[in-house]
Design a binder for this molecule. Sequence first.
Ligand SMILES: [Zn+2]
Length: 289
Amino acid sequence: MEIKNLVSISQQIGTNYQYVQGGGGNTSVKINNYTMAIKASGSLLKNMSLTHGYCLIQYPKIKELLTSTVDEKSFNSKVQKLVYPNSPSNNPSIETSFHAIGEKYVIHSHSIYANILNCTKEGQNIIKNLFPEAMSLPYHDVGFNLALALINKLKQYKTIPNIIFLQNHGLIVTTNSAADTLKLHEYVNTKIKNYFNIENGRPNTQHKYDITQDLLFPDQAIYCCSNIAKITESKAAKETQYAYDIILSIIDKNSLTPNFLLKTAKEKLLSMESEKHRQQVILNDNNQT
Ligand SMILES: [Zn+2]
């Protein structure tokens, strides 16, 4: 039942390029007190099936490892050992650690609507006004550092907030039911769309920024700033470019101030082993190019 629900929410989120682009975004479900099913790294959410595209992992130890391990490399190798031998994939998403902290169902998207708020200087105040119940986490490198920052910030809360905005990155929603998690994700996005009066249909994509220089979020570096043509010409890169163009045109139209990542973030992201794996998935899979 849980896997069926996971596949259903993954396909619904994954077929909407406004929510995920390329191999970005991920979903998970905690099947019992030991086992979590989480999207496989680099694979497409929309391609998940009952037998493909997810990883079964022993999750309770992940939280403990986050606070007891000092560096990302040893953390990742310890997490790898928690993958069950019969798992459909043995490469859990690089964002597995924050899924382990959430409630039963977790949806993490790279929603263009959430990212209008996440990627502007004014966005934090708008989040506070529209979603007073939500948490907003400053930018951290994807993976170990992000999950550790989340754990530290959660110390200020009695329970995990159901809505978490990740600056320069995306959105996390988490509840105990698949339907409620999907509904909550829709609610957050619709509220932002209404706030900015964003209409359905062909969006404007005009702006003055350069995708290879002005970095808004990590996937932009991974898919659009590589020096491998097969990656920059892939579907993932095209979808990421489209999301970038829409976000910046809405930012411009509403006279908001984009909050770009530091220039050093690009090289750092491109050198991360986990991110190299996501690029490799594209190089190995002709369906993504
Ligand atoms: Zn992400």
